[in-house]
Design a protein around this ligand. Structure first.
Ligand SMILES: [Zn+2]
Length: 439
């Protein structure tokens, strides 16, 4: 299901201050939120110590790794079952009989598959997204909101899927040797379109967005944005407190819809100096064009994955096509095969994409520091991110390689303590971008 969810992930493409806190996890005995070992900075402006992770955070981290491995295995197992049992071929036969026309057959196959997999994964999704988040004391979500969000997400997946699924299959029919190239090229404007409309058409389906409530803070943020060269009207506040207790902020959108969004939870938990640093980090993403650059990197990776799928599928279909009940990628029954191959390539490709993401995050951290020069507030902001989101400061290398979209909190706090080019005489990387005036 994961490659199908790629669509949704693209829809949600945002570049945040912190990785999402609800990485999935195993059933746990409901644990009481133990008081977290908060950092006690030595002096008001001295270096900030990296806090030790709480027992609860460690427990969540360890079981989260197991869940990740199970999800990865499911990503391989589900398409393999669909292929080897002949279910995919049978679903295609059914869809062709009922739909009669090529496009309708495609739609029926797609809808049945998405609904079946969504239902199959529902208990697991309920556990990992809802029950477990509550067990760790990280969620404010009601059952009704979870159900509504799940329905909206599924409907969205179906609508977007039906709008685009015919494109690669038509190309597979018309150009069996070059379909991967055309699909990859068409994906670029499509992804930009999705990013353009997500903040105005998609995100408001899940949460309420509005202008900043704290006008005092807004004035300070606008002054900072001015200095960074950003129109300040691009700052929004989203009511995430109805879903979660975790904190975050992100940059999203493209052209007219490009914006910085602060979760209301982060506004409650961080003080003004810390929030201004978080804004400085987001402004870094904004000014350094990270959303656009990431789209091109993802598109290039997608094209490579499609090409490799094209090559691998020829060999696989030649060998196993008889057993699976179809012989060409151009048949819709090939969808699980494409899912399987994309899962394979993303297993090898994710570490590269994540390394790229960590690089951007580090540069945004640097930009935020050069803009605010608030080393201490930046470091304590990350301490709060760790404690509020039940993070661990220095996860293992497997975690970092396959899930580390951001440098670890420990690395970030140490960088916040150390990076002061205005004192050390080191050459600042981004200061020349800032407008005169302000701080
Ligand atoms: Zn970021």
């Amino acid at each position: 299901m994961r490659p199908l969810l790629l669509l949704l992930t693209l829809l949600m493409l945002t570049i945040a201050i912190a990785p999402p806190a609800n990485a999935q996890d195993l059933p746990q005995p409901a644990a009481e939120a133990a008081p977290t070992a908060a950092a006690t900075p030595a002096a008001p402006e001295g270096p900030v110590e990296v806090p030790a992770p709480s027992e609860l955070a460690l427990q969540r981290y360890r079981s989260g790794n197991i869940i990740w491995a199970i999800n990865m295995a499911l990503g391989f197992l589900i398409p393999i079952v669909l292929l080897t049992t002949g279910w995919s071929a049978r679903l295609q036969a059914f869809a062709t009989r009922v739909g009669r026309y090529w496009y309708f057959a495609l739609c029926i196959y797609f809808v049945v598959l998405v609904l079946a997999l969504t239902l199959l994964e529902l208990p697991w999704a309920y556990y990992t997204d809802f029950a477990r988040e509550h067990a760790y004391g990280l969620s404010n979500q009601t059952h009704a909101k979870w159900i509504a969000d799940t329905l909206i997400a599924t409907a969205l997946q179906l609508v977007v899927g039906l709008l685009v699924i015919w494109v690669p299959y038509l190309l597979l029919k018309k150009s069996p040797e070059r379909w991967w190239l055309y699909t990859g090229l068409l994906a670029i404007p499509f992804i930009f379109f999705v990013i353009l409309v997500t903040p105005i058409w998609v995100a408001p389906l899940f949460n309420t967005f509005g202008p900043m409530q704290n006008k005092n803070l807004e004035t300070r943020i606008l002054a900072l944005a001015d200095r960074a060269g950003i129109e300040g009207s691009r700052v929004y506040e989203v009511k995430k407190s109805e879903d979660t207790k975790t904190v975050n902020a992100y940059v999203t959108g493209f052209m007219n819809t490009k914006r910085i969004v602060l979760w209301d939870t982060i506004l409650q938990k961080l003080d003004e100096e810390e929030l201004l640093y978080v804004m400085g980090h987001e402004m870094g993403h904004y000014m350094l064009g990270h959303v656009v650059k990431t789209v091109f990197v993802i598109s290039a990776t997608l094209m490579l994955a499609l090409y490799l799928s094209h090559r691998a599928s020829k060999w696989l279909l030649h060998r196993y096509g008889g057993r699976w009940g179809f012989h060409s990628l151009a048949e819709i029954a090939s969808l699980p095969l494409l899912m399987l191959l994309l899962q394979c390539f993303s297993f090898f490709g994710d570490p590269l994409l994540l390394a790229y993401s960590r690089h951007n995050e580090h540069e945004a951290d640097r930009f935020g520091l050069e803009l605010t020069r608030s080393n201490h507030a930046a470091a304590t902001a990350f301490v709060k991110l760790q404690t509020e989101n039940l993070g661990v400061p220095d996860p293992g290398w497997i975690f970092m390689a396959w899930r580390g979209s951001h440098p670890s909190i420990g690395q970030r706090i140490r960088f916040m303590n150390a990076y002061k080019p205005w004192e050390t005489g080191e050459k600042p990387a981004y200061e020349h971008l800032f407008q005169a005036g302000g701080k």
